[in-house]
Design a binder for this molecule. Sequence first.
Ligand code: FES
Length: 113
Amino acid sequence: MTQAAQGYYARHIFFCLNERKNGEQSCAQYKAQEGFDHCKSRVKKEGLAGPGQVRVNKAGCLDRCAGGPVAVVYPEGTWYSYVDQADIDEIVDSHLKKGEVVERLLLAPDVGR
Ligand code: FES
């Protein structure tokens, strides 16, 4: 695979931090900011952050609000629904570090807005 095809980061995780102003269910109601902050700090602490490795980014609504809080990992396109910091730790230790999907946290394929 060429360097261009591999991409700048080996893995990229996006956290929805959106709050829907109309009161409908949204990720911000379920401590999404805390999840994002914890992931960012864990990735840094583990030495995983940076080019060729892992990037943790904020996102707006990913349109899968009913499963919130949600995060998605690329290039695999793996969707997760997490609850607490232990869940984030498992995503970091298994998926972001070793490429092993955390089956128990997978978002069901039919979950949408
Ligand atoms: S509010 Fe998070 S996916 Fe829509």
